[in-house]
Design a protein around this ligand. Structure first.
Ligand code: ZN
Ligand code: ZN
Length: 257
């Protein structure tokens, strides 16, 4: 059996998030925060029929992560996995979903193993996932206000790290958002800044890490080039090829390990 993992971001940012991950025998989405129609169109652009998905896995109950779940799971009979408390708060977004699968801890989906870990964010609970198949590990960690030991433990084991780099602190401070929203974003249960992510990535950079995908960038308070150059300021510009930025409006390239 041939082992591999392929990763493609269908969308990343505060207007909708969904990441496609494939292994030898499994296809999943982590979050489905665009409309079902948009997700279908974006999957089609990479030649993935939605009915071939084995699962939708949820990180937390914010709209930008769950908006398309009900229609998508109902139309194509796709099971939805999440923390019990997340699933319980999502009754509206899971109205017609037929297979609701609460996990307690690490769980398999065919040849993938998913290990959820808690992160600090204002939907409780919010999790990241370490997703593995035969020594290949991808970490998805997109909505968090602060780095915790759990985040460090799981992300340092991944060859592909998908980590949020939400905002530039100065752009946030001087930007158009109302003060309460600025405070929320910058808080310990909000979102990581480019600097937060850069400092952390430098601390976990190791020989096995092959790719860093910067996720959940704010369209108002960040710029793709600024996020990438801030990260490279910390980890070193010799790692230029290692860092890519995921976008809100575009399907990413397909990354493989
Ligand atoms: Zn989000
Ligand atoms: Zn969120």
């Amino acid at each position: 059996m041939e082992h591999y993992m392929k990763i493609c971001s269908l969308a990343s940012g505060s207007k909708g998030n969904s990441i496609f991950i494939e292994s030898h025998s499994t296809r999943i989405l982590v979050d489905a925060g665009l409309s079902a129609l948009q997700i279908k169109n974006r999957l089609k652009s990479i030649n993935i029929p939605p009915e071939s998905l084995d699962a939708i896995v949820i990180t937390h109950a914010h709209r930008d992560h769950v908006a398309g779940i009900d229609v998508l799971s109902y139309q194509f009979d796709i099971p939805v996995y999440g923390h019990t408390d997340t699933l319980n708060t999502l009754t509206y977004f899971l109205k017609r979903t037929k297979k609701i699968c609460p996990w307690k801890e690490q769980f398999p989906i065919k040849d993938m193993v998913l290990k959820p870990f808690r992160v600090s964010h204002d939907a409780i609970p919010t999790v990241g996932y370490l997703i593995s198949t035969s020594h290949r590990n991808v970490a998805v960690c997109t909505d968090l206000g602060v780095i915790t030991p759990d985040v460090e433990e799981h992300l340092s084991r991944a060859q592909i790290v998908i980590l949020e780099s939400n905002h530039d602190p100065e752009m946030l401070l001087n930007g158009p958002y109302p003060w309460e929203l600025k405070e929320r974003i910058a808080s310990r249960v909000g979102h990581l800044s480019n600097h937060d992510s850069g400092i952390f990535l430098k601390s976990i950079l190791n020989g096995q890490m092959q790719k860093i995908l910067l996720a959940h960038l704010s369209e108002e308070n960040n710029l793709p080039d600024l996020a990438k150059s801030t990260i490279l300021d910390y980890i070193g510009f010799q790692h230029d090829d290692m860092v890519d930025v995921l976008e809100q409006r575009k399907v990413s390239q397909i990354f493989s390990i």
